[in-house]
Design a protein around this ligand. Structure first.
Ligand SMILES: [Zn+2]
Length: 369
């Protein structure tokens, strides 16, 4: 059993507020604005994020995360078809498609039948679509929304599915190498360019517009961790694509955003890594809810595919948080349930405790399907 003390992260400059600030009051909630039907959907996944990751981060920074201010919350179970503890392949597939799958599989039912994701279903309805992640774009969670594969590690085949998809309009993430440095010697970026895709490698200079699909590669493989200097592209890229799509998408849009490295911090049992990745993801949540508040026709759903690290919060013998500690119980995923937060029209469908396969039906119901 490994104890990761908060003192390990007290070196971070953002921790100066750690003292008497309550993170548990119900004030400062986002006001619900449900008078209009849902036109846009922003679906956000904190990979490996459950209640202790949220509570622990709030304790560490001394304030509420944006996701906690959402007016509606629920809880989902996360098991895979073949295992009680899911991986991100089966977990992402359940969220994206509504079907249980086996660990390691992407966009397929356990019998390896390919099934459409909500991104693909909304694209067929004429909505624009986008994915923004802090891992490689071919990694398990984003892959579940675009690719179909029996093995999540078939990165080159998954990149090919991205290249050949006619359902995806924009993406931001890493894994450029799986598009250009391939065993089949193909250059998928050239093939995509021929079909009208534009590619960028710098967020400030990325010119997203209505006339072309576009991708922004933030790394050849995975973007580095926030603690190692990653920029705030998750929040800024989310905001930039929301602005682009809101100006051009007459039928609305579907966007998936993942805080990918919350999971990796859990695997590493690294509380400083965890807190910084949670803040990065929550900044993207803030960008989404800021847009949704102004827009009034946007549903924001924040959830997770599973918990990672078997994290608990222990001690807390003082009145403040000075003695509270992160306590990881595994370097793997755990079977505990994870939260769902919803804001915007249709958010009322997300209360209660249900299964990860139920999310897509609730989103479709909210969208009038
Ligand atoms: Zn994991």
């Amino acid at each position: 059993m490994k104890l990761n003390r908060f003192v390990l992260i007290l070196n971070f400059s953002f921790l100066f507020v750690l003292s008497s600030c309550s993170t548990h009051s119900a004030d400062n909630q986002y006001e619900e604005n449900t008078s209009k039907p849902v036109k846009n959907i922003i679906f956000m996944i904190g990979d490996g994020m459950s209640y202790a990751q949220i509570e622990g981060t709030e304790n560490a920074i001394g304030k509420q995360l944006e996701m906690r201010k959402f007016p509606v919350s629920g809880t989902i179970t996360t098991h895979a078809a073949d295992k009680r503890i899911t991986d991100s392949g089966a977990g992402g597939t359940a969220l994206a498609t509504g079907f249980k799958s086996n660990n390691g599989m992407i966009g397929m039912k356990a019998d390896s039948t390919a099934v459409p994701s909500m991104l693909e279903l909304f694209a067929e309805e004429g909505k624009q679509t986008a994915i923004v992640v802090s891992s490689g774009i071919t990694h398990a969670t984003p892959a579940c929304f675009v690719a179909k594969d029996i093995n999540r590690n078939n990165y080159e085949a998954i990149a090919k599915d991205f290249a050949e998809s006619d359902k995806l309009n924009y993406f931001i993430g890493g894994a450029r190498k799986h598009f250009v440095d391939r065993e089949d010697s193909k250059n998928l970026l050239e093939e995509m360019t021929a079909k009208g895709w534009q590619f960028f490698d710098d967020l400030e200079n990325a010119q997203f517009n209505a006339s072309a699909n576009a991708a922004l590669f933030m790394a050849d493989e995975h973007p580095v961790a926030v603690k190692d200097g990653r920029s705030d592209f998750l929040a800024k890229g989310t905001a930039k694509l929301l602005e682009t799509m809101s100006m051009q998408a007459d039928n609305g849009f579907f966007m998936m955003v993942e805080g990918s490295q919350i999971d990796w911090a859990g695997h590493a049992n690294d509380s400083a890594y965890l807190v910084t990745e949670m803040i990065d993801f929550d900044n993207a949540v803030k960008a989404a809810v800021d847009f949704a508040e102004k827009d009034g026709e946007t549903l924001v759903v924040v959830t997770a595919d599973h918990e990672t690290g078997g994290l608990t919060i222990i001690n807390g013998v003082e009145k403040d948080y000075s003695s509270v500690r992160f306590n990881f119980s595994t370097v793997n995923h755990s079977a505990v349930a994870v939260p769902v937060f919803a804001y915007g029209p249709g958010s009322e469908y997300f209360t209660g405790m249900y299964d990860n396969t139920d999310i897509i039906g609730k989103i479709m119901k909210a969208a009038g399907k």
